[in-house]
Design a protein around this ligand. Structure first.
Ligand code: ATP
Ligand code: MG
Length: 582
């Protein structure tokens, strides 16, 4: 199997028949050898993503096809990217920004975001993307925590979110504005002008694998977001997991729908597709079912990486719009970010003729850890199996530490053996919080899961979201998935509420599909359906209807907020909350 690792084009799932054999033969050292490294030593993500392809004869290949809000298309070849990111790196150098200093972006999905990300890495500085729809407070908090030296943003975002306070950040030396007519706001600089003056040649900073490269804030689903620190070595994992878990092949057209403000949109929306030399699609606009199907069809997308919330929104619209399109180019579809209900996998199969391949990972892990690969049978509702190079386990707490549980289908903490390249190296300025993640040689993910006899992992719920009712541990995911099987249900979230006899009982919040009205009759029907599916001990006792559920901007249901509101407790950190209905 060694040959598989060495040949850059044959690691992708379609070309290896035995997952087990690959897993046995895999080492991170072999994975490392798939990358070039810097000429003369060192490792730099941007070199692997851009420059080496130019050297390898891919200069004229389209690296990024950018689709603007108005649906116009703009192509950037690897050579274009190389020159532009060099210019950006030169701009930073001319401003005196060097190794380890933090460059933040507050931008929509515009080309400058991608250029700034890669140019920053070339310069040896640290890139920190922020979601453009954050309000001023979350933006400021993140920039303070990470000691931002540079901010790249647009004139409109600057005016709305930054202008009021940026002078109070003593470390923030430069604000680079990407657009606007006339003079940039006082104290800021016009990026276009600086880029035009900068040279398109740059010698990539000689970073080493352990140099800090990226700062990513977690989604804030369970509380205050944490700043996860990632290093250049992460690129080894980004590269190889893109091949193995997303089945990326060099001729693919790949579309990752996540925003780079979240880790998925950077690891798999920038780095992995580029290191793998595919053409990646970037859509500037927000979700719209017709537009998305239009892009899949017109761009002949082969590999599509999206999230359960988006899939559920597509399901809400129905299969009709998909069936009217020619989506025959789609070869592989994957999902991440939240548990993917079996219903959604089955729907994908019926609608597209292939299933969504669920995979699991976190901001902290930097890359995909557990996945349903192309070469595996998909078990709907399962997250799949650990990737080659990854050791996962289910552990339970003991008095002194943790112990692995090997009995199949036992609920426990989902844990990983540290040591893969894209693992976070710290929570910035939160040593204690970081240290607590590691017990007895395991990294504890904060999620609960089970492993079946075939080695597939099944998500149960987040540690904090699990419900204890009459001695049963109830995972919200199982209950939500059962509710989703009912034809009326578009989305569901369940929480535990205190109960005198049972300790806790399950309460469900449900959003309905078009054409269904909330009411007592439907409530009884849903309660009956859940009881038949789950049994009376696990089924919800109460159902509340909502037009939508509270979610983070990365699309994760905030169960803790539903619970806090239900119990009249403080809402906690809601800096990443998207619009919702109380
Ligand atoms: P915070 O850590 O700030 O509370 P968060 O955990 O939501 O936020 P992310 O790192 O963006 O921040 O999300 C990782 C989490 O998302 C995982 O720990 C898990 O709970 C959930 N998740 C991701 N993928 C899956 C999946 N395929 N199935 C189930 N849950 C998933
Ligand atoms: Mg988390």
């Amino acid at each position: 199997m060694e040959v598989i690792i060495k040949d850059r084009n044959t690691v992708g799932g379609a070309n290896f028949s035995s997952y087990e054999a690959l897993r046995e033969d895999f080492t991170w050292d072999k994975a490392r050898s798939l990358l070039d490294g810097l000429p003369g030593g060192g490792l730099n993500i941007a070199h692997e993503a851009v420059d080496r392809h130019v050297a390898d004869g891919l200069a004229d290949k389209v690296a990024i096809r950018w689709i603007a809000k108005d649906e116009s298309r703009h192509d950037f070849t690897f050579a274009d990217l190389k020159a532009r990111t060099n210019r950006f790196a030169n701009v930073l150098a001319s401003l005196g920004i060097g190794k380890g200093e933090r460059v933040y972006a507050l931008l929509g999905r515009v080309p400058e975001l991608y250029i700034a990300a890669l140019g920053t890495l070339k310069a040896g500085a640290v890139f920190c993307p922020m979601f453009s729809q954050f309000g001023p407070e979350p933006v400021r908090a993140r920039m303070e925590i990470g000691e931002a030296r540079v901010l790249v943003t647009s004139a409109a975002l600057f005016k709305r979110k930054v202008a009021g306070w940026w002078r109070e950040l003593p470390g923030l030396a430069h604000v680079l504005i990407i657009d606007g007519d006339g003079e940039p706001p006082q104290g800021t600089s016009e990026l276009r002008k600086l880029m035009a003056e900068a040279s398109p040649h740059f010698e990539v900073a000689r970073t080493v694998p352990e140099d800090m490269a990226l700062l990513h804030f977690t989604s804030g689903t369970t509380g205050r977001p944490k700043g996860a620190v990632h290093v250049h070595e992460a690129v080894v994992a980004h590269h190889v997991t893109g091949r193995i878990a997303l089945d990326l092949h060099p001729d693919d057209i790949f579309w990752c729908t996540a925003d780079p403000g979240w880790v998925t949109g950077t690891s798999y929306g920038i780095i992995s597709p580029l290191t793998n030399g595919v053409t990646m699609i970037v859509d500037e606009a927000e979700f719209d079912a017709e537009r998305w199907y239009g892009i899949l069809e017109a761009e002949r997308v082969n590999v599509w990486y999206t999230a359960p919330t988006a899939i559920r929104m597509l399901m809400k619209v129905g299969a009709g719009p998909a069936k009217r399109r020619d989506l025959s180019c789609l070869r592989f579809m994957a999902s991440v970010g939240e548990p993917l209900n079996p219903e959604a996998v089955v729907w994908g199969n019926e609608t597209f003729g292939k299933p969504f391949h669920d995979n699991w990972w976190q901001t902290e892990t930097g890359g995909i850890m557990i996945a349903n690969y192309a070469a595996m049978d998909v078990k709907p509702g399962s997250m799949g199996k650990p990737l080659p190079g990854i050791t996962a386990g289910i552990v339970e707490r003991t008095e002194t530490g943790v112990r692995e549980v090997t009995t199949p289908m036992t609920i426990g903490h989902l844990a990983l053996r540290p040591g893969w390249p894209s693992m976070m190296r710290a929570y910035l300025h939160e040593e204690e919080r970081y240290r607590k993640c590691f017990v007895d040689g395991w990294y504890l993910s904060g999620d609960l899961a089970m492993r079946d006899a075939d080695g597939y992992y099944w998500f149960v719920g987040r540690d904090d979201d699990v419900i204890k009712s009459s001695g049963h541990l109830i995972g919200p995911f199982e209950v939500e998935s059962a509710l989703m099987e009912h034809p009326a249900v578009a989305e569901a979230a369940v929480i535990g509420i205190p109960d005198e006899t049972a300790g806790e009982v399950v309460k469900a919040f449900v959003a309905l599909k078009h054409g269904y009205q909330p009411g007592e009759e439907l409530e009884l029907d849903l309660l009956g359906h859940a009881r038949r599916r789950l049994g009376p001990a696990v089924a919800p006792k109460q159902i509340a209807f909502r037009t939508n559920l509270p979610k983070t901007r990365s699309g994760k249901i905030m169960r803790r907020l539903l619970k806090a509101r239900e119990l009249g407790l403080p809402e906690g950190d809601i800096s990443t909350l998207e619009s919702d209905e109380k």
